[in-house]
Design a protein around this ligand. Structure first.
Ligand code: PMP
Length: 419
């Protein structure tokens, strides 16, 4: 008799957990995911999620691109495709990456279902339980979740306002190696980092690359925000300087639309086959429909102008957030001043616990992500990530004002100096 029939007979829910594989214990909801339900209520100003703002994307144009694709090439668009991704789009991706100084061969590009899938595949290929992955402190919550599921030991490396600190990287490598553990790769987001918004300068990129080459540690360069610089272009990608030791991840989620779920990995040749085989076992092939939608869009539409429109939209919002932080946050708070991307990172006095403060912020109708979500080791309790990408500038001002009030109130309740 099957378990399902047992359940139907008894009406008792089965405790499936004891039947799961050990790794399922690490499959936990992210803090951001559980916040979404609350943060998406219309009365709340959400400075929490990092959803791209699609109001600048002309929907009639997208509808035309899709209609034309189906009418002229529907039988290919709606068919299975290559596990590595469509050859034409892989060529076009090389043109996109050229904007950040990368010269690549389309044969080394593997198209994935968003760059999140590339993170999963790389983890699957490299990580045995207990292996070390070095990451920035703080780092992208989605990557931390993936590394955790593969039972990696995540070690954070110090950052400052210019991103990852090379000397701290040297020290981290030394202390991990002293424990006899294997370091599989350094994962970093050099441009307008999620969650801090900071951008790694060119000289640090070179120094970090040379440290990792010398130590035989792969660099996983995750770059979804590189083309979203508002004030000046970001430095060349790290992959532009090192084609042997860098695994580069790109995505159309922030420059076109995340719903298409198209990202890619540009990998050293020796890694390509493993990546394709690994991807085929999870998805067979990336969607031909969304790949060809993007391919037609890149071929026929002014995509560089579209990126410029996105930058304009985000810049106005970034400015609104920085101005209102200046106006409404206490003098003890310190925050980053991003030159692009979606995020500002705020450090508060150490006695403020941003996770515990969240219910009060919700009552004041504003949401953010507590800093501890971006650490694998429980740090970040007095920090928060604020994203400016989605609400209107007016709503951003409203939300920052409300949040500043909540923080000041908490500081005076605790007797923290208020200047
Ligand atoms: N990396 C970073 C740093 C991100 O911020 C995100 C999305 N927020 C991703 C990867 C995943 O993006 P996607 O799968 O949509 O390409």
């Amino acid at each position: 008799m099957s378990d399902i029939s047992i359940r139907y007979q008894t009406g008792e829910p089965q405790n499936l957990e004891k039947r799961f594989a050990a790794r399922a214990a690490e499959m936990l909801p992210s803090e951001i995911r559980s916040l979404f339900a609350v943060a998406s209520r219309p009365e709340i100003v959400s400075l929490a999620g990092g959803m791209p703002n699609l109001s600048a994307l002309p929907m009639e144009m997208m509808a035309e691109v899709i209609k034309e694709l189906i009418l002229t090439n529907g039988s290919e668009a709606l068919q299975y495709g290559s596990g590595q991704g469509h050859p034409k789009l892989r060529e076009q991706i090389c043109d996109v990456m050229a904007l950040e100084g990368i010269r690549a061969n389309p044969d080394d590009v593997v198209i994935t279902t968003g760059s999140q899938q590339a993170l999963d595949l790389i983890s699957r290929i490299f990580i045995d339980p207990g292996d070390v992955v070095l990451v920035e402190a703080p780092s992208y919550v989605g990557a931390l979740g993936t590394f955790r599921q593969y039972e990696a030991s995540v070690v954070h490396v110090e950052m400052d306002n210019d991103g990852l600190v090379p000397d701290s990287l040297r020290a981290a490598i030394k202390s991990v190696r002293a424990t006899g553990r294997k370091i599989k790769f350094l994962y970093l987001i050099p441009n307008y980092q999620n969650p801090t918004g900071v951008c790694l300068p060119a000289d640090r990129r070179t120094e970090i690359l040379s440290i990792c080459r010398a130590e035989e540690i792969f660099v996983v360069e995750d770059n979804p925000y590189g083309l979203l610089g508002f004030d000046k272009p970001s430095p060349n990608a790290m992959r532009a300087e090192d084609s042997e030791n860098v695994i580069y991840l790109g995505s159309f989620s922030k420059t076109i639309a995340p719903g298409l779920r198209v990202g890619w990995a540009l990998v050293p040749q020796s890694l390509k086959d493993k990546l394709v085989i690994s991807s085929e076992s999870s998805i067979l092939c990336p969607s031909n429909f969304t790949q060809l939608t993007i391919s037609s869009y890149l071929a026929d539409q002014p995509w560089r102008d579209q990126i410029a429109s996105f930058c304009e939209l985000y810049k106005v919002r970034r400015d609104a957030m920085l101005e209102s932080l200046e106006q409404h946050f206490p003098a003890e708070a310190k925050w980053t001043k991003p030159g692009g991307g979606f995020y500002v990172w705020v450090n508060l006095p150490a006695e403020i616990d941003t996770k515990a403060l969240m219910p009060k912020a919700i009552v004041a109708k504003v949401a953010y992500v507590p800093g501890s979500a971006f650490y694998a080791d429980g740090l970040g309790s007095w920090s928060m990530r604020l994203s400016y990408c989605h609400p209107t500038p007016e709503r951003i001002r409203e939300g920052v004002k409300a949040l500043g009030g909540v923080i000041k109130q908490e500081m005076s309740r605790r007797g923290t100096a208020l200047t």
